[in-house]
Design a protein around this ligand. Structure first.
Ligand code: PEP
Length: 259
């Protein structure tokens, strides 16, 4: 079964709820002729900041473009000021949640164990985890890329049940390529994605063949086609370029040409 490309916009701490409706209108206009292909030829999701989830969800209602969360707390509820729970994301209709984004790991001290706890919480729901993995520049220069990525994957997934693994999405995001304008070459992306695929198959069996592996790190309209045409690159996680509906639409359309 071919893997349908998945493109996910990560708005990070950008765009207010009041800007989300305008964004959605423009994106839907740009994608109009292709909306019927959503869910068949490609999947699209947007991860806005939490305050914009509701408004964006309403603006995208019935379009086939899905909602994603940038994060969640591993506990179901309780005294965790400033945090957001799985139930809250379910209530807003999220289909995906990012876990282990490198900014969470680097700036907010998230460990592999914390990422695993979030993955376990998501296993209780129909929200699919997008597990982000990737090496720093120092780790790449020390030739540790494959080892680091395998460790991040296996810590999050060891012993994980079917509920989690069937809906899992992995995003390979080399830290040195995020928001820097430096993109991994298509060859680097394919090499790491192939290694991730091998680890997934070893851990999950045939499910690993079907798991979508996204590339993230300075993806833009000018490099999307080449990256997305790599055999094991099944989509993209897009930060900066996703803040402009025209460029996000162009990347989405590139995925249709390469699928
Ligand atoms: C990201 O943060 O997930 C990302 C890929 O950012 P950018 O596209 O800006 O490098």
């Amino acid at each position: 079964m071919p893997r349908i490309p998945l493109l996910v916009a990560n708005w990070k701490m950008n765009l207010c709820a009041s800007e989300a409706s305008e964004f959605a209108a423009r994106l839907l206009e740009r994608l109009q002729p292709h909306l019927a292909d959503l869910g068949k030829a490609f999947d699209l999701a947007i991860a806005p900041a939490f305050p914009a989830l509701d408004r964006l969800g309403r603006a995208l209602a019935d379009s086939g473009i899905q909602l994603a969360a940038q994060n969640l707390h591993a506990e179901a509820s309780g005294a965790f000021t400033g945090e957001v729970s799985l139930a809250m994301l379910e209530d807003l209709g999220c289909s995906f949640a990012l876990i282990g984004h490198s900014e969470r790991r680097q700036l907010f001290g998230e460990t592999d164990a914390m990422v695993r706890a979030k993955a376990e919480r998501l296993a209780e729901s129909r929200i699919a985890p997008i597990l982000c993995v990737g090496e720093t520049l120092a780790q790449r220069e020390a030739d540790q890329t494959l080892e680091i990525v395998a460790k991040q994957l296996t810590t999050a997934l060891d012993g994980a049940d079917d509920g989690l693994t069937r809906q899992l999405v992995v995003a390979y995001e080399p830290v040195w390529a995020i928001g820097t304008g430096r993109t991994a070459t298509p060859e680097i992306a394919q090499t790491v994605h192939a290694a991730i695929r091998k680890t997934l198959i070893a851990r999950l069996g045939p499910i690993g063949e079907q798991t979508r592996i996204l590339y993230g790190g300075s993806v833009k309209p000018s490099n999307a086609r080449e990256l997305l045409s790599q055999h094991d690159v099944d989509g993209a996680l897009i930060g900066g370029a996703s803040l402009d509906p025209d460029s996000f639409a162009q990347i989405a359309l590139a995925s249709l040409e390469t699928s």
